[in-house]
Design a protein around this ligand. Structure first.
Ligand SMILES: Cc1cc2nc3c(=O)[nH]c(=O)nc-3n(C[C@H](O)[C@H](O)[C@H](O)COP(=O)(O)OP(=O)(O)OC[C@H]3O[C@@H](n4cnc5c(N)ncnc54)[C@H](O)[C@@H]3O)c2cc1C
Ligand code: FES
Ligand code: FES
Length: 1308
């Protein structure tokens, strides 16, 4: 088929034409033409072109490796499958080189809709369903769905959910995002569709063209406008080729000189995985080479061009699977459907994937393994003679691919008695590479006990770079009957001798991966023999499939105080979904602006001997390098943020790998990045880094943390613990570890510092502008009034932008001071994760005494937190303060300790220490229940603190709301007893699937700390509209919306007439950080008071007018009259701690049900019911957003977010989306029901509401409790009923290992 004649000399390329061609490519962006000329680097990414050159900052960026979806745009590209045709789909702009977009048409979020032209229905729906919080992920979400709609035409609910597999959101918990888009699906639930009608009304816009209501139907079409043409351009010495035939590709390859490094550009997504394969001298674009994209189905053969995308291949497989001999393609389609994510599959190609495997044998390629199982053949084209040779997948790996290309993949039909089964076991439901993947092929005689008629294929990935076949196992199984009892136990034994997983710190353990190989073989065989297996064992046959999700939200309406309490969309939501809401790094570039990139330490503990910057400074475009020696003031960015010094740049001693040693400042980020890698740091006295709590304790790096009641570094003591133990009939001891969690806001840290006439203007991703001002003043040694800090919003913080923002703002300030030019420091995800810390890991060691019912008599706990290299934000003291949760014990001894390690300084993270304290007591409850053989819920119930009960660190309980209100409601609405029985019955019936269900209480005592805020409210005399500038920061929590609701209620002005302005150190000087749940309360108190004072003045004015007979005037008229009669229309409030309300308790409860696949450890959270007491909610959907988002963030801490270090260097290995796994949209509970506790109120707080930001996160531990039950049910089969400790995160790996899978049980 590919007998092409090669013509040397390459006259295919039409040399003359090429020479005449400008060294540029053309593309359309949002219907406007753009030229990319050779002044831009050949490796410029589309995302940077969009943001920096086209000024379209609605497209965001975080990971730059295809793992977060923030940069999603929609591309219309030539479709070589159909002459002159195009295809439209979503892509990640961080993956595309802009030179590869030759002739493409790109649509960004700005093209869909905006405040001038009206908003697109997808945008309206996301805003109207409360699907945005910080809004940083929102443009990417919108574009993913827009791309899905355009590529698939009609949308189904299931497609919607699957389409979100590559978009991370750290705020919302995904539920409202999913529902916003499901409302647009053809089969979307009626209730969702009804809601959509209201939403469209709320965001009603008039079409500027028709004058009628916008329907979204004239939304942009976006077509490729530049026809494909053979071309070659040279960009800064790098050649880009755009061939339009295979012959041209051969010709290009053939011209290459020795040593020239070539990149064949398929979807270019491979760079998201292997980032350091370049630099390349030559790029060959494959988009317009028809042979690479051909799809042919002729009888007995399916042939796919090598660069057919994975997504297109799935479509072909699904279609072909209907034909005899090709049913196995359905299995491949299913498997490929969980490779990467939609945007990668839309453009990432088969050959690209296989070539990655070719270059990196350790790559656990799903494509390679599954094609090998299907006996696919690869057509390899040789440029030297234009010949094509067909090779097997394994021979391909051994083929020298110099000057060769993969041309096509051929799949032949398989005999009817052939069965293929494939598996991919991952740390997260989607968008994760395999721990282990497997593919099996058996030719069997169904009528003869499933006799294996020929040598089967038993293939695994993720074992070690050389391992593919379990050859001995294949040999062993040949000729055997799969229904033979004991066969698989024996086969597993053979596997154990030939599968030798390597041991790399970033990978899962060899023991787990070996066990998976055995389990997956067993799974495959049980699936093949089907009903021949016993009913119990049939539960091994499949992996757990996630059904389409559902949800319910229940809350009181409380209309008496509307708009306070009214469910309204966030005030900035529609701007967020359109990309109009701007973030720090969206600030347009200023004249002469420079970019700073950190020089980061490569070792964890050492002395710096010298820093050689000469090579970096010689790089064109580099302007300066600043280090500690350049700091004019004090080298400490923690002005008020702690008592320990935290250096801007390490001066002398390096405390952790990744620490900033200096900043390279250059004309572009790319050059600064390249230059920073060229700085040579010489170290001495390099020590093995201390990375764990255990190592730190062994080293004596430990000190007591604060007792929050006494303010001293001492234990919390209640009663007489020793006497309690003596009196207690039972005493148990235990310990466990809780891991690190990265905040992972979608917006990374960024700052820009601009020299101005009297100092510096600073824009920064900070939730503590006042401290940014102080820290820069301290570092530069200048007065605070020289620093003007402003923050419009941040894209999520969760505590990570309290003090850590100073890392970037002070570094940028030193750069601006040195160069006298604006300096921007915007971290990429890798730098972000390695430069700053997160939630501190904890270790708890406990001894508890209790009676026969499990009632606590004495509790003694060591709570140890790892604060990283500085103890400024240690949270063990908080852990001790919150450990009692909803329980009572007469005797407590709670000893908080803090250790320091050679890791970045850990910092407060949503529910800091509190979460670990609550997890500690809940684990203890489970331990007691296990010891006594009692139901864990009963044990919890007997320990619930009654009204009036004393607590270790808070005032006595007024009422146990969990016990009296939440638990009865939860038991009833969640049908707990009924489902408990169902779970038991399920576990009896299934050997390899286990369920668990658990209920957990939560009590979060919220005191008003020493935080103060300035609030300024202005009424404008022109029209009576209102502005609020408060000292808090909107970061997704809905503070601005609640502020508007409160102001609207008090002033009596419509919500639409009130706007919240950016926070600045001029209007809101000296305000505290927005770093705890209670800050919203305090800011709202300030807004309330300011509005009350204004209202009083205006009411008094109206009163006087009335007395004079003219009181019946409109608000706007009244305001005008006030101005002319010297009534001050501005009110500034400084919130006074003396006026703060009393502390109060926030109560909650959760019931979680899970199902575990025992053989693999994978699980599904089938259902979660959550109830939280919000008092009288100020804004119900904002509170529900906090509850759901907090819960899902807690879920990440409890299950999937694991961080690993290189033990020798201290380098943080989990430093990107490839390695670090926050929950995805398909990890959340399938059925999520949230209730705001009805009939609740609050005598404290603001307008009878309770805060919601942090407490719900703690309830995520209910999932671990349910998993414990499921794991226990699995262990019972091995008669292992002893207590087992669970560390968090309880990963898929840990679950499987705890389930004690033993091949002895592999019966049929
Ligand atoms: C976030 C993310 C998650 C992923 N998850 C998975 C996963 O779970 N499982 C999995 O198997 N893969 C996974 N991948 C890999 C993904 O499948 C590949 O990135 C993709 O298939 C590569 O195709 P591409 O066209 O983009 O290749 P490119 O990036 O364009 O090219 C990759 C390599 O192939 C070469 N090449 C391309 N076409 C040809 C050709 N015709 N002939 C010769 N050489 C060629 C290029 O020179 C280059 O060396 C993931 C990738 C990302 C970014
Ligand atoms: S996927 Fe592009 S920035 Fe994350
Ligand atoms: S709203 Fe999704 S990341 Fe903040």
């Amino acid at each position: 088929m590919y007998s092409l004649r090669h013509r040397r000399g390459g006259n295919e390329m039409k040399d003359k034409e090429v020479r005449e061609e400008a060294e540029s490519v053309q593309l359309m962006i949002n219907d406007s033409p753009y030229t990319v000329d050779a002044t831009l680097s050949p490796t410029t990414k589309l995302v940077d072109f969009l943001r920096a050159t086209a000024g379209l900052t609605g497209t965001k960026a975080l990971c730059r490796e295809g793992g977060c979806g923030a940069c999603t745009v929609v591309a219309t590209v030539p479709d070589p499958e159909s002459e002159g045709g195009t295809k439209t789909f979503s892509i990640q702009a961080c993956q595309q080189l802009v030179y590869a977009c030759n002739g493409w048409s790109i649509e960004t979020v700005e093209h869909l809709g905006d405040r001038y032209n009206g908003y697109h229905p997808i945008q309206q729906s996301l805003a109207g369903f409360y699907g945005t919080q910080c809004g940083y992920c929102s443009p990417g979400m919108v574009m993913t769905m827009y791309g899905q709609q355009k590529s698939s035409g009609a949308l189904t609910a299931s497609q919607v959910e699957k389409a979100l597999d590559g978009n991370l959101c750290r705020c919302t918990g995904y539920r409202p995002v999913i529902e916003a888009f499901k409302a647009l699906a053809d089969d979307g639930a009626k209730a969702l569709k009804n809601k959509l009608v209201d939403i469209e009304d709320a965001f009603k816009t008039t079409c500027p063209k028709t004058g009628k209501r916008c329907t979204g139907s004239c939304s942009p079409k976006g077509t490729a406008t530049v026809p494909a043409r053979e071309r070659e351009i040279t960009v800064q010495g790098v050649r880009w080729f755009y061939p339009t035939s295979l012959l041209s590709v051969y010709s290009i390859l053939d011209q290459l000189t020795e040593g020239e490094k070539v990149r064949v550009v398929g979807g270019n997504t491979g760079q998201g995985v292997y980032k350091n394969d370049g630099p390349f001298d030559v790029y060959i674009d494959t988009r317009n080479v028809p042979e690479f994209h051909t799809v042919e189905e002729i009888s007995g053969e399916v042939t796919l061009g090598a660069n057919v995308s994975l997504g297109r291949a799935i479509e072909v497989f699904e279609q072909a699977a209907g034909n005899p001999g090709f049913q196995h393609l359905q299995e491949l389609a299913k498997h490929w459907g969980v490779v990467a994510n939609v945007a990668v599959r839309n453009i990432g190609s088969i050959a690209g994937n296989l070539m990655m495997k070719h270059a990196h044998p350790d790559f656990p390629s799903d494509i390679f393994l599954t094609l090998l199982a299907a006996d696919a053949q690869l057509a390899i084209g040789n440029s030297q003679d234009a010949s094509v040779a067909y090779v097997s997948l394994e021979d391909f790996l051994l083929t020298d691919m110099q000057k060769k290309v993969v041309v096509a993949v051929k799949l032949l039909s398989l005999a009817a008695d052939t069965r293929i089964r494939t598996f991919k076991i991952t740390p997260r439901a989607v968008n994760a590479h395999a721990y282990v993947n497997a593919a099996f092929r058996f030719q069997v005689d169904e009528n003869d006990g499933f006799l294996v008629k020929s040598k089967p294929l038993v293939l695994y990935g993720g074992i070690n770079p050389n391992f593919i076949h379990a050859a001995n196992t294949e040999e062993f199984l040949n000729g055997r009957r799969l229904t033979e009892q004991g066969l698989l136990t024996e086969a597993a034994g053979i596997l154990a001798t030939e599968v030798l997983p390597d041991s790399l710190p970033q990978d899962s353990s060899p023991a787990y991966r070996l066990s998976l190989t055995q389990s997956l073989l067993y799974k495959a065989v049980i699936s093949i023999v089907g009903s021949e297996a016993s009913l119990q064992n049939q539960s091994a046959a499949t992996v757990i499939e996630r059904p389409v999700s559902s949800s319910k939200q229940t809350f009181d309406e409380n209309p008496e105080m509307w708009p306070v309490g009214k469910p309204i969309p966030k005030v900035e939501s529609i701007m967020q979904v359109a990309g109009e809401a701007t973030f720090t790094n969206d600030e347009p570039t200023q004249p002469h602006e420079l970019h700073g990139v950190f020089i980061q330490s490569s070792v964890g503990s050492a002395d710096i001997v010298s820093i050689d910057t000469s090579e970096a400074l010689n790089l064109p475009g580099v302007v300066a390098v600043v280090t500690a020696a350049d700091i004019p003031g004090v080298n400490d960015f923690a002005a008020e943020a702690g008592t320990e010094v935290e250096e801007v740049f390490a001066s002398g001693k390096v405390l952790y790998a990744g620490q900033g040693i200096g900043l390279v400042i250059a004309e572009s980020h790319e050059v600064a990045s390249q230059a920073s890698a060229k700085v040579k740091v010489e170290y001495a006295n390099t020590q093995t880094p201390i990375l764990t709590i255990k190592d730190a304790l062994d080293n004596g790096n430990v000190q007591p943390d604060y007792n929050l009641v006494t303010g001293k570094r001492e234990a919390v003591r209640v009663g007489d613990v020793e006497a309690g133990f003596k009196a207690a009939p039972h005493v148990i001891e235990g310990e466990f570890d809780m891991g690190f969690q990265f905040h992972f806001p979608l917006e990374p840290l960024a700052a820009r510092v601009t020299p101005i006439e009297d100092g510096y203007d600073v824009v920064v991703t900070s939730i503590w502008p006042a401290e940014v001002q102080s820290s820069i003043a301290q570092v530069l040694g200048i007065d605070a009034n020289s620093i003007n800090t402003a923050v419009r919003r941040v894209g999520g913080s969760f505590g990570g932008k309290i003090s850590r923002a100073h890392v970037v703002s002070t570094a940028a300030a030193v750069g601006a001071w040195k160069t006298h030019r604006p300096v921007r420091v915007a971290l990429d995800l890798r730098a972000f994760i390695t430069l700053v810390g997160g939630r501190d890991p904890f270790y708890s060691k406990y001894k508890v005494g209790f009676d026969d019912f499990g009632k606590l008599e004495s509790v003694d706990i060591d709570i140890v937190s790892d604060s990283g290299c500085s103890a400024n934000e240690a949270s063990a003291g908080l852990g001790a303060a919150f450990v009692s949760n909803a329980y009572y014990s007469p005797n407590w001894l709670l000893k908080p300790f803090v250790v320091t390690t050679n890791t970045p300084s850990n910092t407060f993270m949503r529910s800091p220490g509190i979460f670990q304290g609550i997890v500690t007591i809940e684990s203890i409850m489970d331990h007691i229940a296990h010891y006594l053989g009692r139901d864990p819920l009963q044990v919890r119930e007997v320990n619930l603190a009654p009204a009036g009960a004393e607590r270790p660190s808070a005032d006595p309980i007024v009422k146990n709301v969990f016990q009296e209100d939440i638990l009865p409601l939860l038991k009833e609405s969640a049908e707990y007893e009924l489902r408990l029985a169902e779970v038991d019955a399920f576990n009896q019936a299934n050997r390899w699937r286990k369920k668990g269900i658990a209920i957990m209480p939560m009590c979060f005592n919220l005191g008003y700390p020493d935080f103060r805020f300035g609030v300024l409210v202005n009424i404008y005399s022109h029209d009576g509209s209102v502005s609020i500038a408060h000292g808090g920061i909107e970061m997704g929590q809905g503070l601005n919306t609640k502020a508007v609701q409160v102001a609207s209620y008090i002033l009596g002005v419509p919500v639409a007439k009130i706007k919240v302005k950016a926070t600045s150190t001029t209007t809101n000087a000296n305000s505290s950080h927005q770093g705890a749940t209670v800050c919203s309360d305090i800011v709202l108190l300030g807004v309330k008071r300011a509005c009350e004072n204004l209202r009083a003045r205006l009411d008094s004015a109206r009163g006087k007018l009335s007395e004079a007979g003219g009181g019946d005037v409109s608000w706007a008229e009244l305001v005008r009259i006030c101005k002319s009669s010297d009534v001050d229309l501005s009110e500034r409030i400084w919130t006074k701690t003396t006026e703060y309300p009393d502390a109060y308790d926030i109560w909650g409860g959760a019931c979680a049900e899970v199902e575990v696949d025992v053989l693999t450890g994978q699980y599904l959270i089938r259902r979660v019911d959550l109830i939280e007491d919000c008092g009288k909610s100020l804004s119900p959907y904002i509170d529900i957003g906090q509850i759901e988002g907090g819960f899902v963030m807690g879920l990440g801490f409890c299950t999937s977010e694991k961080v690993k270090f290189n033990a020798e260097t201290g380098e943080k290995l989990s430093n990107g989306t490839w390695e670090y796994k926050p929950p995805s949209a398909l990890d959340i509970p399938v059925d999520l029901r949230v209730t705001i506790l009805p009939n609740s109120s609050n005598t404290s707080g603001v307008l009878r509401a309770k805060a919601t930001g942090e407490p719900p996160l703690n309830l995520a531990f209910a999932v671990v409790m349910a998993l414990r039950k499921a794991i226990s049910a699995a262990r019972a089969h091995r008669s292992r009923v002893e207590w087992f400790k669970i560390d968090t995160p309880l990963t898929v790996e840990q679950i499987q290992q705890l389930c004690l899978v033993d091949p002895q049980d592999f019966s049929v």
